[in-house]
Design a protein around this ligand. Structure first.
Ligand code: IMP
Length: 438
């Protein structure tokens, strides 16, 4: 099996970056295929922390890293990441698909203006992701092919710019500060600086089909534009099958690793059934103590440093939701699971796991296909005993029996072997279970 695909099983921020970095050692090529700098990956090596928004996490391992046609790229952000790594003497072996769409300044302004104007904002990252994808499918996008040729860029923008200016000014009452000429001259410089990295990812992957190739998913399954908690989703397909579409290669049987946090987090708006917050208490079974719920949510946020890598926003925290994990497995076809941040649960007396949902008081068989329906669900919980992970246990990679029981419970319910368990941010703080947790 030449392909490995790493996918977030929840709403993003599952800790995929650490796994991609870990797995990249055995790979020849690491490919990002969707999303943009709305993503944020943190990799910790020898106490040093690296944060990426665009570059695939495999870059630290010195691998060939590719940004496929489906990634939307803010050239300013990409250049900053390249410069930062070069300053640390990393060799960057990057290829960018010439078809990839560029996030332009008006995309960012439109993203922010829409959120400001909305009565129910999505809580986007404000990085221009949705307006850029809209332009891509609306055939108004600027690709790298346009960016590297000032004449072509001018021809594209002469058509696009007046529409964006009118939209911003007339509909949203916002100013597009740069003139068309200013944008062309600024972005032509970026094109010139990034030209050296351009490639045809589709062709390159076909020509290297004997290589080991890892696809690094961004965001998570429930942010998928079709199969997530629509409309509170991102604007790309985050599920595994999209890797092949965006890379432009035929699909093949692959190792598909679902990365799940040992609990659940979400940034931005939208339903979150197992959320541990004061105002979600009335939905939870057997819980009369809203303050206690909020306290556990705060505990997870603090222990897990649950603040967005991209925006710094505090993440909403809650119990693990197996109904989500099972649906995620159905959508992606996971062959293995990686459980991250198990150490964050350490110290709690008991741990709840949502096993299924009640819809209008009745058990629900299939996962709701829309946020409106999901909002009306209530969780059914199983309570498991808590555990304590001491620094000594972490160092020796030994788990207390209750922690193993928690993992076994997840594995049995989801029906996919847990092959990796992360108990700290370092590469070394990972336990491998080749045959699943026994
Ligand atoms: P957008 O992708 O910036 O349009 O934001 C749409 C939704 O996806 C918002 O709820 C964001 O918070 C969420 N989102 C986008 N990227 C990520 C990510 O990498 N991790 C977690 N949430 C994300």
């Amino acid at each position: 099996m030449p392909f490995t695909i790493v996918i977030g099983t929840q709403w993003g921020d599952e800790g995929k970056g650490k796994f991609v970095d870990l797995l990249a050692e055995q790979q020849d090529i690491v490919v990002r295929y969707q999303g943009g700098n709305n993503a944020g990956h943190t990799v910790v090596v020898d106490d040093k922390e690296y944060k990426f928004h665009l570059l695939p996490s495999g870059v630290i391992q010195g691998k060939r890293v590719l940004l496929a046609s489906g990634v939307v790229i803010d050239p300013k952000v990409l250049l900053k990441e390249i410069t930062a790594l070069k300053e640390k003497k990393y060799i960057i072996n990057l290829g960018i698909d010439v078809r990839a769409n560029i996030i332009m300044p008006y995309h960012i302004l439109l993203d922010l203006a829409r959120e400001k104007a909305a009565n129910k904002p999505i809580g986007t990252t404000g990085r221009g992701i949705c307006p850029c994808y809209e332009d891509k499918v609306g055939r108004r996008g600027v690709t790298f092919f346009d960016l590297i040729d000032p004449v072509r860029l001018q021809q594209r923008l002469d058509v696009i710019y007046p529409e964006k200016k009118a939209l911003l000014e007339k509909v949203y009452n916002e100013q597009l500060l740069s003139s068309n000429e200013q944008i062309i001259s600024e972005y032509s410089v970026y094109g010139n600086q990034l030209k050296q990295y351009l490639t045809d990812v589709s062709l390159e992957l076909s020509q290297n089909s004997n290589n080991k190739i890892l696809f690094e998913g961004a965001q998570g399954t429930f942010l998928d534009v079709a199969f997530g908690t629509y409309p509170y989703v991102t604007s790309s397909h985050t599920i595994a099958a999209n890797a092949f579409v965006q890379a432009g290669i035929p699909s093949e049987k692959s190792m598909i690793i679902g990365v799940a946090k040992a609990y659940t987090t979400r940034v931005g708006s939208g339903p979150f059934i197992t959320e541990l917050s004061a105002d979600n208490y009335n939905k939870t079974e057997n819980t009369s103590d809203s303050a206690n719920n909020a306290l556990i949510g705060d505990y997870l946020r603090k222990q897990g440093a649950e603040y967005g890598t991209t925006t710094g926003r505090p993440r909403r925290c809650g119990w693990l939701d197996l109904a989500m994990l099972k649906e995620s497995t159905r959508l992606n076809g996971f062959t293995a699971l990686a459980i991250t941040k198990l150490d964050v649960l350490s110290g709690l007396d008991e741990i709840k796991v949502c096993t299924s949902y009640l819809f209008q008081g009745k058990p629900l068989e299939n996962f709701p296909h829309n946020a409106v329906l999901l909002e009306q669900c209530a969780p059914v919980y199983k309570t498991l005993p808590g555990f304590k992970l001491t620094p000594e246990l972490i160092k020796n990679k030994t788990l207390p029996e209750n922690a193993v029981q928690y993992l076994r419970y997840i594995q049995k319910n989801v029906g996919v072997p847990i092959n990796f368990v992360s108990i700290g941010p370092e590469r070394s703080q990972t336990i491998l279970y080749e045959n699943g947790v026994e």
